[in-house]
Write a protein that binds this ligand. Structure first.
Ligand SMILES: NC(=O)c1ccc[n+]([C@@H]2O[C@H](COP(=O)([O-])OP(=O)(O)OC[C@H]3O[C@@H](n4cnc5c(N)ncnc54)[C@H](OP(=O)(O)O)[C@@H]3O)[C@@H](O)[C@H]2O)c1
Length: 313
């Protein structure tokens, strides 16, 4: 049965105002929280582990939680309308499930997850399908888009011409803020406007750039004022790189994981390109400039290195 605003109780406001987010101080969560706050339509509450050293965007409220104390999560989620989970992939495997169970108990209707037990518990989900984060992946070292800015080296998969669809961190943030700023439900059966419910239990597809490593390299050279002669370039066979990453993971070396993930996305016969499904126009997302985003990525290099050091400490 489709749900319409006209059938809801008199105090139904048809907007998402109260958003809870896990990882508001993290890589993508920071951008999502910031974009939500900028709409002026939402209060954003970070569900954060007690004692977390992560810095949050200004204006985000904090609710301390303990993943081993369900009551702390239910209390933090009570009264929230939407839960976004941007949890570190390194978090204990059951943490996501603990959160989702607590969300069901707190009566949360919608979740943007990184897992999928939501429907079984009677809630609805929306995910963002964005491909690799362009700026993050450019900055994140040799095992991602192949760039090591400290060494000025570049590992190119095959001939470097295979294209991937990618999204910047800020475009992901804007997309989430757009979707959560839509009316929650259509007014009635004649209302065909875009609403949050349009996206329920399916992906929101977005993209910033469809680029090859060679395209990225041209942009990097323009932004840094360097030439080929300044860079050490190595070519690898993409499928061999995937196998090497897999072999590392099999012996417990998780450094192989990103190698596998990125190499797979650059398979020449089956690259990761979601651009045909992109809904940028539908959501009114802006066009971005590749070189500006490359600059943002290069500025992120040191921050990501610090983050790895913090996590290792
Ligand atoms: N498309 C891409 O290119 C791409 C790249 C990287 C990641 N991702 C995906 O994006 C999602 C978020 O990644 P991210 O890089 O934004 O995460 P992140 O910055 O590494 O961490 C996000 C948050 O997770 C929480 N956290 C950290 N360690 C935890 C632990 N041991 N137990 C529970 N919570 C913990 C922290 O929140 P508090 O300190 O506040 O508790 C942290 O702020 C993941 O699903 C990942 O797979 C996508």
């Amino acid at each position: 049965m489709p749900k319409y605003a006209k059938d809801q109780s008199v105090d139904f406001k048809n907007t998402i105002e109260r958003v809870a987010i896990v990882g508001a101080g993290g890589t993508i969560g920071w951008h999502i929280s910031n974009a939500l706050l900028q709409t002026g339509r939402h209060t954003v509450t970070a569900l954060s582990r007690k004692g977390s050293a992560n810095r949050l965007p200004q204006g985000v409220l904090v609710a301390s939680i303990n993943y081993n104390d369900e009551a702390s999560m239910v209390a933090a989620l009570n009264g929230q309308q939407f839960l976004i989970i941007t949890m570190a992939p390194t978090a204990p495997r059951d943490s996501h499930s603990k959160l989702v169970q607590a969300a069901a108990k707190a009566g949360i209707p919608y979740i943007m997850p990184n897992g999928d037990e939501i429907e079984r518990l009677g809630m609805q989900w929306i995910t963002v399908c964005c491909g690799f984060w362009y700026d993050y992946s450019l900055a994140g070292g040799d095992s991602r888009f192949g760039f090591d800015f400290d060494k000025r080296s570049l590992t190119i998969y095959d001939d470097g011409n295979t294209k991937n669809s990618t999204s910047t961190l800020s475009q992901v943030g804007r997309a989430v803020a757009k979707v959560l700023s839509l009316n929650e439900l259509p007014q009635d059966e004649n209302d065909n406007s875009l609403t949050l419910s349009t996206f329920l239990n399916q992906g929101v597809y977005i993209t910033s750039f469809v680029v090859s490593q060679n395209d990225m390299f041209e942009s990097v050279k323009r932004v840094t004022g360097t030439t080929d002669a300044d860079w050490t370039i190595t070519h690898v066979d993409t499928k061999k790189r995937y196998e090497d990453g897999l072999a590392q993971v099999k012996v417990g070396n998780m450094a192989g994981f990103s190698k596998m993930l990125y190499a797979r996305a650059f398979y020449p016969d089956d690259p990761s390109d979601l651009s045909a499904k992109a809904q940028n126009e539908l959501l009114g997302l802006p066009d971005e400039n590749l070189d500006e985003s490359t600059k943002v990525g290069i500025d992120l290099v040191k921050e990501l290195q610090r983050r790895v050091e913090r996590m290792a400490a």
